[in-house]
Design a protein around this ligand. Structure first.
Ligand code: NI
Ligand code: MN
Length: 228
């Protein structure tokens, strides 16, 4: 029994939950050369989308069509994907949880945008609190810092996946403050070093977090895996 988390670059992760493959925010081809894998090599039973921006959903349609995965997204993005030929969709929305076969997924708030690549309305952006295999994994999505992260932290967070890139999302200072609200056992930084405006030193951030909190930071290289 375990959850294996693999980082594919930017904010794209695979989670293997006892053999069920989840892919979060698939962004591969457009993220070359940072992403080293092709979306054609990735397996998925479920695809989770935090919001509608291209750097989070660029490869969602081809991945869903090839694998037959079920896409979990907000109601507006779910409807948009339906019009793109994706037929296995589970719509949720902010504050709502659902017990999927692999575990519970609750959509959380995020302070950001969610416009879709063709200009369609993508609803509100979100994040996910996964309760899988007895572990709570919080994926913040693209967001600013918000103090209600403390409410999410009340669940007892095993792993928090947080953006640290600044410019479009929380930067290192606010991501450190987020850790203090969430109090996770482990934090994994993402959404940095993809482009020059979000260049960050994740190891320097990790040192600050570990000096000021009891959270352990796992800085993942592209295609690294971490077992929870
Ligand atoms: Ni975004
Ligand atoms: Mn983004």
């Amino acid at each position: 029994m375990s959850v294996q988390i693999t980082f594919h670059g930017h904010a794209t992760f695979s989670l293997d939950v006892n053999g069920t493959k989840l892919v979060v925010d698939p962004f591969f081809a457009g993220n070359s050369p940072v992403a080293t894998r092709s979306v054609a090599e990735v397996e998925a039973d479920y695809i989770l989308l935090t919001h509608g921006h291209g750097d989070h959903i660029a490869d969602a349609v081809p991945l869903a069509q090839r694998t037959g995965a079920t896409v979990i997204a907000n109601f507006e993005i779910a409807g948009w994907l339906g019009g793109k030929g994706v037929d296995k969709i589970h719509a949720q929305h902010i504050g709502g949880g659902y017990n999927h076969p692999f575990g519970r997924v609750k959509m959380t708030i995020a302070f950001h945008g969610s416009g879709l690549p063709d200009g369609s309305y993508g609803g509100n952006p979100g994040g996910f609190l996964l309760s899988v295999d007895g572990k709570n994994i919080y994926i913040a999505g693209d967001t600013a810092l918000y103090s209600d992260m403390a409410l999410i932290g009340e669940a007892g967070i095993d792993v928090a996946i947080l953006p640290i890139g600044d410019n479009f999302t929380m930067g290192p200072d606010d991501a450190l403050r987020a850790i203090k609200y969430l109090n996770p056992k482990v934090a994994i930084p993402c959404h940095y070093n993809t482009w020059p405006p979000i260049a960050q030193d994740a190891h320097a951030w990790a040192a600050r977090v570990e000096a000021e909190t009891s959270t352990k930071v796992v800085v993942m290289g592209v295609e690294d895996s971490y077992e929870v």
